[in-house]
Design a protein around this ligand. Structure first.
Ligand code: URP
Ligand code: ZN
Ligand code: ZN
Length: 410
């Protein structure tokens, strides 16, 4: 079957994290993306501490230009508010960076206060941009991390306890109130809990312009992983953490009833050996994040079949909706005359096991190791160029281009 190229609107390639950097850079990350049927990614660019958004843009162009198998755009991280920010936001939008990211967690690093978040939202609204928000109550989770880190630093099952459902729910609820007050659109990344989803559903019903993203790991995996296999559990340390089956089920319902708009990966790969294992003595030192960019399409097609989600609906979650939300439609997100010929040919009824041994992702594990998926990505075309043949990315020439995106106000 032929599908429009998938769009992964949430990746962290070549991302610094303390003394480390994510193991997939643009070359390896986008090679894995295309092998899995994704023809566009939108990565989070980060200005160096204390610098302007222009620094983030330059840095990310250096990382990505000439090194990408697929097309790529950037969301610009905003971790400060001051009188210079307005000009910078205006400049970003003019340069095709029409979406931004703020963190309600990671206080003292990337996180912003509620006051600054409100001001940032106001500015982004003025320029018709879209703010993506990592919703966790940073103060409460920091407090819990300190408490739990003191009593059981080497116990990874303390990771989900330090960031419980309430922490996400509170931040989502506060953000939605701000969006309502400002009458502006917001995009909630990696929604993981039943409680947060309920807030989003209520807000949508009231006409608040809120987009909801979830990720395959919040649909398919549970927090049991933190209690199994000893330190192997570190492979699943991500933020928000994996949740309970009831949360998986709520998000499935959210997909079926239309509250969930997109399924992205939050691909943020750290090797188990040499990166994750630096947190052996203290779960707080384990770098947060999991890989997934290569597996999203095959996993979601398989999951959708098993859960009774139609193929059209799945394509909306993986391609059409991100194209519309992030100012790429109808160039991307659809197979139609005049659109980019980003096309994925997929073979159904081709059961195979996902494994780190056979993956292109440059990371030494796969969170879905041993999972059987029923679909196999075979051939991929980017703007008409064949970039994957019989499952193998073409390394001769890299066709990936920077995506200059439009704004997309509802
Ligand atoms: O654990 C995660 N998700 N790491 C990546 C950064 C983020 O919060 O999205
Ligand atoms: Zn996040
Ligand atoms: Zn992320």
């Amino acid at each position: 079957m032929a599908l429009p190229g998938a769009i992964d609107a949430h990746t962290h390639f070549d991302m610094p994290c303390g003394d480390m950097t994510t193991s997939d850079d643009f070359y390896y990350g986008t090679r894995a993306a295309v092998a899995g049927g994704t023809t566009s990614i939108i990565d989070f660019s980060e200005p160096e501490h204390g610098t302007s958004l222009w620094n983030g843009l330059e840095r990310w162009h250096e990382k990505a230009d000439g090194k990408s198998f697929c097309d790529y755009g950037f969301h610009m991280t905003v971790s400060r508010y001051d009188e210079k920010l307005e000009e910078e936001i205006k400049g970003m939008v003019r340069n095709g960076v029409t979406s931004f990211k703020a963190y309600m967690a990671y206080i003292g690093d990337l996180g912003v206060t509620d006051g600054d978040l409100y001001r940032i939202l106001k500015l982004i609204k003025k320029y018709n941009g879209l703010l993506l928000i990592h919703c966790e109550n940073g103060e409460i989770l920091d407090e819990r991390r300190a408490e739990l880190g003191e009593t059981g630093p080497s116990d990874i099952s303390n990771h989900p306890l330090s960031r419980p459902n309430e922490v996400e729910h509170d931040a989502v609820s506060r953000l939605i109130d701000m969006a309502r007050l400002l009458d502006t659109q917001v995009y909630i990344v990696h929604t993981s809990t039943e409680e947060a989803l309920a807030e989003i559903e209520k807000a949508k019903a009231e006409g608040v312009k809120v987009y909801c993203e979830t990720c395959p790991h919040y649909l398919l995996l549970t927090d049991d992983r933190y209690r199994e296999g000893g330190f192997e559990a570190a492979k699943y340390v991500c933020s928000p953490p994996l949740r309970k089956k009831k949360d998986n089920e709520a998000l499935l319902r959210g997909i079926k009833e239309g509250a969930v708009d997109t399924v992205s990966t939050d691909h943020c790969s750290f090797n188990f050996k040499g990166q994750k294992d630096l947190g052996k003595e203290d779960f707080r030192q384990i770098p947060n994040g999991m890989p997934g960019v290569e597996n999203r399409v095959e996993l979601m097609l398989t999951y959708s079949d098993r859960q009774g989600i139609s193929l059209n609906h799945t394509v909306k979650l993986l391609s059409e909706n991100p194209a519309k939300i992030f100012g790429l439609y109808p160039k991307k997100g659809v197979i139609a005359p005049g659109s980019d010929a980003d096309i994925v040919l997929i073979k159904p009824q081709s059961p195979h096991e996902l494994s780190s041994k056979t993956q292109y992702q440059r990371v030494d594990y796969n969170p879905y190791e041993g999972t059987v998926v029923d679909y196999k990505v075979q051939h991929v075309f980017l703007r008409g160029h064949q970039i994957v043949s019989s499952g193998v990315p073409e390394e001769r020439e890299l066709f990936g281009q920077f995506l200059i995106r439009n704004t997309s106000v509802k």
